[in-house]
Design a protein around this ligand. Structure first.
Ligand code: C2E
Ligand code: MG
Ligand code: MG
Ligand code: MG
Length: 284
């Protein structure tokens, strides 16, 4: 009957919950080891200037090469790291790795990579507490990277969690000369007031607007508003040529997505970016 089916369902739910709890405990221990043992990697995805038809920047995206589970995506461990506090150590590693790589590409004169801005994502917890400002300032100084070649991406939700602390952190980054981007724009609940209250350089329009046919009017409106606020617009998640044509026609400044290039490990990146630049140049 319905009752026993219901009970069965609870049992399934229960054992899944238990499995997930054990999983999180195991992964927490694993993540500590991963940080110490070099299992983390940054992959980089090119951001394309739609006006100049060239690659302008790279977004660093963290990956965890787990010895037993294979390559883990950030969705499986960032939330965990936020909950158990490891996000600060993880974030410090990400900032150091991205800045030292950018500086190394510049020193070596690596084709194309040596002139690209590099951006990282930071979690609200890094804005609210911890050592983000010292980490960024220290890494920029240690590797002698121009702060203008570095960008920090934050989500709107991150800014809403602890707005006053976030504002202080962003003001300190801005004072250093670091660029600031608002990620996943349009998916939160207060996008317009965030644009008014925080001093940002660019907004990254969430890929749901680029993918959905109903999103075009919104992209138009965002483009207009961004122009009047002096913000650059990046369209995220471009997968199809038609989507690229539309966001170009609307006047978005930058595009990012699988159409141009998938995120790539550092050792494969230079070849990917050189190939992409060639394709973009052919379309000028
Ligand atoms: P995000 O910052 O919005 O990054 C864009 C995500 O979209 C990345 O997923 C990227 O691989 C994916 N993507 C890029 N182009 C396309 C496309 O054309 N189609 C589709 N369907 N997806 C595309 P990823 O790497 O799994 O990262 C997911 C999220 O995890 C990021 O979203 C960001 O919020 C977070 N994240 C990634 N790396 C870091 C990090 O180093 N630190 C922190 N705190 N968060 C990170
Ligand atoms: Mg991002
Ligand atoms: Mg994004
Ligand atoms: Mg997004």
């Amino acid at each position: 009957g319905a009752k026993s089916r219901g009970k069965g369902r609870y049992e399934v739910f229960d054992s899944r919950m238990r499995a997930r709890t054990i999983d999180r405990i195991t992964l927490t221990g694993d993540l500590r080891r991963a940080l110490a043992g070099g299992e983390l990697e940054l992959h980089y995805q090119p951001i394309v200037s739609l006006h100049r038809r060239e690659v302008s920047a790279l977004e660093a995206l963290v990956r965890w090469r787990h010895p037993a589970r294979g390559l883990l995506m950030p969705a499986t461990f960032i939330g965990l790291a936020e909950d158990n506090g490891l996000i600060h150590e993880l974030g410090r590693w990400i900032v150091e790795e991205a800045i030292s790589s950018a500086a190394a590409w510049r020193r070596a004169g690596t084709p194309v990579l040596d002139r690209l801005m590099v951006g990282v994502n930071v979690s609200w917890r890094q804005l609210a507490q911890g050592t983000l400002i010292e980490d960024v300032g220290g890494a920029l100084a240690d590797h002698a990277l121009d702060p203008g070649a570095f960008c920090v991406e934050v989500t709107e939700t991150a800014l809403m969690e602890e707005p006053e602390r976030a504002r202080t952190a962003l003001a300190q980054l801005r004072a250093m000369g670091v660029h600031l981007g608002l990620d996943d724009f349009g998916t939160g609940h207060s996008s317009l007031s965030v644009l008014r209250d925080f001093d940002l350089d660019m907004i990254k329009l969430d890929r749901s607007f680029v993918a959905g046919s109903g999103g075009w009017a919104i992209i138009h409106a965002v483009r207009e508003m961004a122009s009047s606020l002096n913000l650059l617009v990046v369209a995220e998640g471009i997968e199809e040529p038609e989507q690229a044509e539309r966001v170009e026609a609307i006047g978005c400044d930058f595009g990012q997505g699988w159409l141009y290039c998938r995120p790539a490990a550092a050792d494969a990146l230079a070849a990917d970016v050189v190939r992409l630049e060639g394709e973009l140049r052919a379309r000028r």
